[in-house]
Design a protein around this ligand. Structure first.
Ligand SMILES: Cc1cc2nc3c(=O)[nH]c(=O)nc-3n(C[C@H](O)[C@H](O)[C@H](O)COP(=O)(O)OP(=O)(O)OC[C@H]3O[C@@H](n4cnc5c(N)ncnc54)[C@H](O)[C@@H]3O)c2cc1C
Length: 414
């Protein structure tokens, strides 16, 4: 079997690129080892939040992270292990935990999200996709005075980058969202943010991509590559061999393993997070809520309510730490009036693909000439997904990319 463009990975990045390419009339095939949207793009918080464009590395993050290691319910954990890959990643990561790198990344992530938000709007309207996409913004709320003061200062600095928040006291917050408890001392609101049910969106978009002519092969895992010089000739999969002209690597956290097969050192760590989804909660907030210091996202998705959070560096292990999982709803009950749900809500764990500088990898490989890479979107892969897809498609179609991709070079840590 032969295809012009082969996409590896059926998450938001791979599916959105298949959609853009199929619409442009390209001969495109996507292979996914499981079902569409069964990786990180399934149970995440669904935020599309240009107002929250902070990269993970920031001044003080490492000190805070070390303190959190001692707390079994903290939102952050690193399994103590001697892994040369983890140590190398941490070594690079600490180089970006400073104000200069942080403020350099914010406008890039902000632009990627803003462009994606317009594409979400456009695609959802054009294809009539029902995925509970809502653009009525959200509130980030605080019980802790120091954390609230720090965020208020940052809000002032963000104005210079064109990012605007409203600073709100308890009464103003409760007027917008009556579920907020009196213990919350203040918060920030951003009316231009949005949220979505990510799996509904990605699965519906995959169907549309097929209608536009894309081929999608699920339960088809890529096992390796056959090369001719510095070009991939064919892909070995669990369902046989596929000859290709070009390849897009969009396998999320697993991209590092596949890149290694091609001799590319794509420095990333899988960062595990959890979610709990209630099907018929006793109450639903009217917009997304982010529980500031606890770092828990609470998102209404139609009749469902999702709590999502935690970041664990624990390799590719997807097992669930019950204590940290429980901390998500426990935090919810301290910021919000109690929300009841069914006895056995849907529990999920997923792996974010995280680069050391908090920026994605988007671009053509310098080492393998017919390979394009699009991954490493960390906490914001849904939010940056559609525009990443447009950029990846432009590269694959030999067009001039409509965004400066030099900060996203895939081999920048090689
Ligand atoms: C708890 C949590 C909350 C989050 N909240 C948000 C949020 O609110 N907003 C936001 O923007 N982002 C959020 N994220 C991050 C977001 O989920 C990811 O950045 C995004 O889903 C990554 O998409 P992807 O397509 O790169 O990877 P994935 O969705 O992981 O897709 C990669 C796919 O590749 C497939 N694959 C892997 N190896 C192979 C192989 N060998 N052969 C074939 N297929 C293969 C996998 O099965 C998988 O389906 C959150 C993540 C977590 C864990």
């Amino acid at each position: 079997m032969k295809t012009d463009i082969l996409i590896i990975g059926g998450g938001i990045i791979g599916v959105s690129t298949a959609y853009v390419l199929a619409k442009a009339g390209a001969d495109v095939t996507l292979v996914e080892k499981g079902e569409i949207s069964s990786g990180a793009s399934y149970g995440n918080a669904g935020y599309i939040v240009p107002c929250h464009s902070n990269p993970i590395p920031a001044a003080g993050v490492l000190t805070q992270g070390l303190k959190w290691l001692l707390d079994p319910e903290s939102p952050f954990y690193i399994r103590p292990t001697f892994s040369p890959d983890l140590l190398r990643w941490l070594w690079q990561f600490q180089k970006y935990c400073n104000a200069k790198a942080y403020w350099r990344a914010i406008p890039l992530i902000h632009d990627m999200q803003r462009e994606s938000l317009s594409l979400f709007r456009e695609w959802i309207a054009a294809e009539k996709i029902e995925s509970y996409f809502r653009e009525n913004g959200g509130l980030t709320i605080y019980k802790d005075a120091r954390a609230f003061d720090a965020v208020c200062k940052e809000v002032e600095e963000l104005r210079a980058y064109g990012i605007h928040f409203d600073i709100l006291d308890t009464k103003a917050l409760q007027a917008l969202e009556p579920l907020i408890r009196d213990e919350v001392i203040g918060g920030i609101g951003c009316e231009t943010d949005a949220y979505i049910d990510p799996a509904l969106f990605v699965r519906a978009l995959a169907e549309k991509a097929v209608q536009h002519g894309a081929h999608i092969l699920t339960k088809t895992a890529v096992l390796g590559f056959e090369k001719n010089g510095n070009e991939i000739k064919s892909i070995k999969t669990t369902q046989g061999k596929l000859d290709v002209n070009q390849v897009l690597l969009a396998a999320g956290a697993w991209s590092t393993k596949l890149a290694k097969e091609l001799g590319i050192d794509l420095l990333m760590q899988p960062a595990k997070g959890y979610s709990i989804t209630l099907t018929n909660p006793s109450a639903l907030p009217s917009r997304y809520l982010f529980l500031g210091k606890s770092k828990v996202a609470v998102t209404p998705m139609g009749e469902k309510l999702r709590y999502a959070g935690t970041l664990e560096l624990d390799g590719y292990d997807l097992s669930i730490n019950k204590r940290r999982l429980g901390a998500l709803r426990k935090a919810g009950d301290t910021y919000l009036h109690k929300i009841d749900g069914e006895e056995n809500p849907e529990i999920w764990a997923g792996l974010r693909p995280v680069s050391p500088d908090g920026l994605p990898y988007i671009g053509r490989s310098a080492r393998v000439s017919n390979l394009v890479i699009a991954t490493g979107h960390a906490m914001l892969g849904i939010a940056m997904g559609p525009f990443t897809a447009q950029l990846a498609a432009e590269i694959l179609l030999q067009q001039m990319p409509s965004f400066n991709l030099s900060p996203f070079k895939p081999e920048r840590f090689c």
